[in-house]
Design a protein around this ligand. Structure first.
Ligand SMILES: CC(C)(COP(=O)(O)OP(=O)(O)OC[C@H]1O[C@@H](n2cnc3c(N)ncnc32)[C@H](O)[C@@H]1OP(=O)(O)O)[C@@H](O)C(=O)NCCC(=O)NCCS
Length: 204
């Protein structure tokens, strides 16, 4: 298995096309897979992805949000282009509020998405694609000088995976934006991995 940054080429196109159909839970707001692809794909950033391949074949990918940018950030113009101005502006405003939660805390980075392709799931079957992507994310965020790596999770499978990688619940200050965002997160839970300061600057 090879894990690393996403470089331009057919693999990058495959990953960006797949990731552009994400946020399926917001289909009522953003549209079906084709609609989400049209909305997200034009402005996507390959440099926010880490990718895992086995024998050159895509096995999984992870996206990071840091320095104010994640894998995509559609603006009002993108929403109006896809949904018309009335519906588009409304969807943009609601989506922007939802996206506000998916932000790192100061000095940190954030795991926006993690997807292990179906044939490669299940670390007990030999290959640990999810674990390798998590380790690569920790290494990348550490190398970039961040102090924490946050994520919001809901499903049991992702919870087990990120806890295995060392993630623990965030303890937010009582009066803070993080506390407000966590309070409005429904059944999503915010977890974090504290990055080691010794390796934070100039690490491998
Ligand atoms: C979540 C995901 C990345 C996990 O990848 P994976 O390779 O299966 O990870 P693991 O092998 O570590 O499995 C994680 C754990 O979930 C368990 N699990 C798998 N499916 C489960 C399910 N439907 N319900 C409960 N537990 C489940 C596994 O048994 C394992 O637990 P264990 O360590 O106690 O055995 C993968 O399932 C996936 O890509 N899903 C679709 C996208 C997604 O949901 N992404 C997360 C939101 S951004």
């Amino acid at each position: 298995m090879v894990v690393g940054p996403l470089t331009p080429g057919p693999l990058a196109d495959q990953v960006l096309d797949l990731a552009a159909t994400g946020r399926a839970g917001l289909a009522a707001l953003l549209g079906d897979a084709a609609g989400r692809h049209a909305l997200f794909r034009p402005g996507m950033r390959a440099d926010r992805f880490l990718v895992a391949t086995v024998g050159g074949e895509l096995a999984g990918y992870l996206s990071l949000k840091h320095a104010g940018r994640g894998p995509f950030a559609p603006g009002p113009g993108d929403f109006i282009r896809c949904q018309g101005w009335r519906r588009g502006l409304h969807a943009w405003a609601v989506f922007s509020w939802i996206e506000a939660r998916t932000r790192p805390r100061p000095g940190g980075a954030y795991i926006y998405g993690l997807d292990v392709l179906k044939p490669w799931r299940g670390h007990k079957r030999g290959r640990d694609v999810g674990g390798a992507l998590m380790a690569a994310a920790v290494e990348a965020a550490t190398r970039l000088g961040y102090a924490s790596l946050d994520m919001e999770i809901r499903r049991p499978a992702i919870r087990a995976l990120v806890r295995r990688a060392g993630a623990v619940p965030v303890v937010a200050r009582p009066v803070s934006l993080t506390r407000l965002l966590m309070a409005t997160a429904g059944d999503y839970e915010r977890l974090t991995i504290t990055l080691s300061p010794e390796t934070r600057h100039g690490g491998a």
